[in-house]
Design a protein around this ligand. Structure first.
Ligand SMILES: *Cc1c(COP(=O)(O)O)cnc(C)c1O
Length: 433
């Protein structure tokens, strides 16, 4: 062995010895040394190519899709990478949902089935159409919408459902697609977190006929802000196209004239997305390897149960690493104290979403003049009476997350996460005091 290699091996051995003894030492929250002091990989990442492309657009003076070619080029590249016949780029993930709901002809007074465990934008997009979001409970094992319950929440006004690929992994999309067919409702897949994730070998966002993405700064593919709609239905995409650029159809296409807005992506964002896409697959592979390893180690520890992947998920995009924390397995240590103890060890860990269906913004919107006109008093009262998602309520008290940038770290970084959890578990009684 050459000296350089053996020195490296010695450093690695010392590091793993430190990790092993770290699990036995005092938690940082009780004054011990933290498991790690160095930061996790930062997000976003960029290289010289991104700068060159950005400057090329700047110097061309062609900054919007009407004058340049970058948005067209990105749409083509993204469609190709996702195996989708059509792609429309838009300003962000929220407007992708809004534009797609227009394309699906969701109108004021309609009802749309949604999960309570998602980012608020999924719900806001429905409200922006003056439609009523109706919540379908979560599957606690997967953290995903329980699509077997879609039918139970349907009324004669239900026109669509929005299953979300939470954390980059799908709910049961076979069941969602079958329910859509059987109930005669459209299924819009919110794949905002799911770039390169797969359902039965096909890319998420292409499974239900219409899918949307976000390229907001935190997302696995990002341009600060940005979004896209994928579909195999060309006529749907043409309706979306006209809507996204103030009722102006694409040359040669003839959707029925309709309302619109401005939801266009800029040339700058598009060119950045094209260069970011060159790294997407490698980043996705790294996240997948780290998350798969972390899931195995967490399962061995016990009391930190990773979100299961739905049968049929052939690849997760791992936008988040989600798990259920069981205080009972940690000597009763409450979740917020566990999260604080993790932070003290140098590992940022979030409690995730709170129950969306119970938030004040919804009550206020539904109490407003518009909804009072669009829906009968009887229907709104029934909505309130039925607006219960007990599985989700419980999940929200137990959930914890790591964000995707942690998963871009090394195997040693993952071992440190494991060591921190083990250390906290070993000292849970003292921490709970
Ligand atoms: C991020 C996100 C959105 C919204 O995307 P923006 O680009 O931030 O508007 C919608 N749905 C989900 C599930 C998201 O995670």
């Amino acid at each position: 062995m050459d000296t350089k290699l053996s020195r490296r091996a010695a450093v690695a051995a010392a590091a793993s010895a430190a990790i092993a003894s770290g699990a036995a030492s005092k938690p940082a929250a009780l004054g011990g040394a933290p498991v790690r002091t160095s930061p996790f990989p930062t997000w976003p990442v960029w290289e010289t190519t991104d700068e060159t492309e950005w400057m090329r657009v700047l110097r061309s003076g062609k900054w919007y899709r009407g004058s340049g070619k970058a948005v067209d080029a990105f749409e083509q590249k993204f469609a190709e990478a996702m195996g989708s016949p059509h792609c429309l780029a838009v300003a962000n993930g929220t407007s992708a949902l809004m534009v797609a709901l227009h394309g699906l002809d969701v109108q004021p007074g309609d009802e749309v089935l949604v999960p309570p465990y998602t980012f608020i934008a999924t719900i806001n997009a429905v409200l922006s159409k003056s439609a009523l979001p109706v919540f379908v409970d979560t599957d606690a094992r997967t953290f995903q919408m329980d699509t077997s319950k879609l039918e139970s929440r349907v009324t004669d006004r239900t026109v669509a459902a929005i299953p979300v690929d939470m954390a980059g992994a799908p709910p049961d999309l076979d069941t969602a697609v079958a329910a859509g067919r059987q109930l005669g409702i459209k299924i819009l897949e919110d794949a905002a977190q799911a770039h390169l994730g797969e359902w039965r070998g096909r890319k998420l966002g292409t499974i239900t006929g219409a899918g949307t993405f976000s390229f907001q700064a935190s997302k696995n593919l990002n341009s600060g802000e940005g979004g896209a709609i994928l579909s195999s239905d060309g006529a749907f995409i043409e309706r979306c196209y006209a809507f996204h650029t103030n009722s102006s159809p694409r040359r040669g296409s003839t959707p029925a004239p309709a309302q619109g807005g401005n939801f266009r992506l800029t040339e700058f964002q598009a060119t950045l997305l094209v260069s970011q896409m060159t790294r997407l697959e490698a980043q996705a592979k790294r996240r997948d390897a780290n998350a798969t390893y972390l899931a195995r180690r967490f399962t061995e520890i016990g009391g930190v149960t990773p979100a299961a992947l739905t049968d049929g998920c052939t690849r997760s995009a791992w936008h988040l690493f989600m798990f259920r924390y069981s205080a009972a397995d940690f000597a009763g240590l409450p979740r917020d104290k566990f999260l604080k103890a993790m932070a003290a060890e140098g590992i940022p860990c979030s409690s995730g979403y709170t129950p969306l269906n119970k938030q004040a913004f919804l009550k206020n919107v539904l109490a407003g003049r518009g909804y009072q006109r669009l829906f009968s008093g009887k229907r709104l009262q029934q909505w309130h009476e039925q607006n219960h998602c007990p599985v989700n309520d419980k999940l929200c008290t137990e959930a914890a997350w790591f964000t995707q940038n942690l998963l871009l770290g090394t195997r040693n970084d993952m071992d440190q996460i494991v060591a921190a959890v083990e250390k906290i578990k070993n000292h849970a009684k003292e921490l709970a005091r």
